[in-house]
Design a binder for this molecule. Structure first.
Ligand code: EPU
Length: 338
């Protein structure tokens, strides 16, 4: 285990923000993780994995642990299902592609989501009607203070929309080391309810899609709308879609009957933040090297040399203007690291 000093984190975060880590360790095993948590005489730790959901706003005077533990294996399988244990450092999209090649179904709608598998449960990644919670069996996480490895099942993770126990009570206390998913080997349950997927499949004249074809449709949709972080720095959706109580929604929709919305089961209503941001005139806007993507207003981008503080400033002015115009509070989905 090598402790490096003053390492640039530019290539470790998908926003491509150039800040330095005072100390830096690459972790490739659970044992190494335990050992590095036991190190004395270092500043507090900061964990980075895929770096796809964070905005770094300054140099980190911390011990940065780059979680890069690889590996996956089948725990058990029967006629129709397979339980797959995946180590935290496995790239999520590579995992999805591998599963599709094995004909393991359930995560095809989550194709092309950046980041690593270990961080996927933290914000319960979701897209096109599917969330990781739908195929989740359990995860193992190391408690930072005791270095004990604990197992959390789906209930223990308390999943919600872009939310889990690890963002609430458990925040900052655990490092997820592996995730176990239960996937289907046959009789795939496809979710093609999302309008854009239907349209994409129709365009390709696919009537009975396979999991591969659903994945290809999702990839095509995402590539049309979302910038590739390898080309243009970004962290996907910067804000969560706000969820309004019925009364607040009624008032909002009376004033803005043209606004898109989705009713949720509990009577609350989700309004797309991308629409709100576009209406306040930010879509495609650029201030220095910080900007709002031209095809999806929910995505903030780094055109090259933006600092985290500049992107944060842009985010703040979007929040202010959306609040002024609609009375709705936008909450960042991305973790802003000070
Ligand atoms: N819209 C606009 N202008 C925009 C963007 C969106 O008017 O610039 C409106 C459109 O009317 C569209 C609606 O917003 O119908 C919804 O847009 P989209 O289908 O692109 O989805 P989203 O609500 O903006 C969410 C997730 C995405 C996920 C997609 C598909 C959140 C915060 N984001 O975006 O997740 O891929 O749905 O399921 O829930 C991510 O988390 O990084 C991410 C990309």
């Amino acid at each position: 285990m090598i402790v490096k000093e003053n390492i640039s984190l530019k290539s470790y975060n998908t926003f491509g923000i150039d800040v330095k880590a005072r100390y830096f360790i690459e972790i490739t095993s659970v044992d190494q993780l335990r050992q590095s948590l036991q190190l004395k005489d270092y500043p507090p730790i900061f964990v980075i994995s895929g770096g796809s959901n964070m905005l770094l706003t300054g140099d980190l005077e911390r011990l940065v642990l780059f979680l890069n533990i690889k590996g996956k294996r089948i725990l058990w399988e029967d006629d129709s299902r397979v339980a797959l244990k995946i180590m935290a450092g496995e790239n999520w999209h590579d995992l999805v592609m591998w599963c599709i090649a094995q004909n393991f179904g359930g995560i095809e709608n989550l194709s092309l989501i950046p980041g690593n598998t270990g961080t996927a449960p933290i914000q319960n990644i979701g897209a096109y009607g599917v969330e990781i919670k739908d195929v989740f069996e359990s995860c193992e996480a190391m408690e930072i203070k005791s270095q004990r490895l604990l197992r959390f099942n789906g209930q223990g993770c308390r999943f919600g929309y872009r939310d889990s126990y690890f963002k609430k009570e458990g925040k900052g206390q655990f490092i997820i080391t592996s995730v176990t998913l239960i996937l289907r080997k046959k009789d795939h349950v496809l979710n093609t309810s999302y309008g854009a997927i239907k349209a994409q499949l129709k365009q390709k004249s696919v009537t009975k899609p396979t999991i591969k074809q659903v994945s290809e449709a999702v990839i095509a949709i995402r590539q049309q709308k979302l910038p590739d972080p390898n080309i243009l720095g970004n962290s996907g959706s910067f804000f969560k879609n706000p969820v309004l109580k019925q009364q607040q929604f009624n008032k909002f929709s009376t004033n803005h009957p043209e606004a898109p919305f989705y009713k949720l089961e509990d009577g609350t209503v989700k309004v797309p933040a991308g629409w709100l941001i576009e209406q306040t005139g930010y879509k495609g806007k650029r201030i220095g090297d910080a900007g709002v993507h031209k095809d999806q207003a929910l995505v903030l981008v780094n055109f090259g040399k933006a600092s985290g503080a500049e992107i944060q400033q842009l985010a703040q002015s979007i929040q202010n203007d959306v609040h002024l115009k609609f009375g709705i509070e936008l909450i960042p989905e991305v973790n802003i690291i000070k």
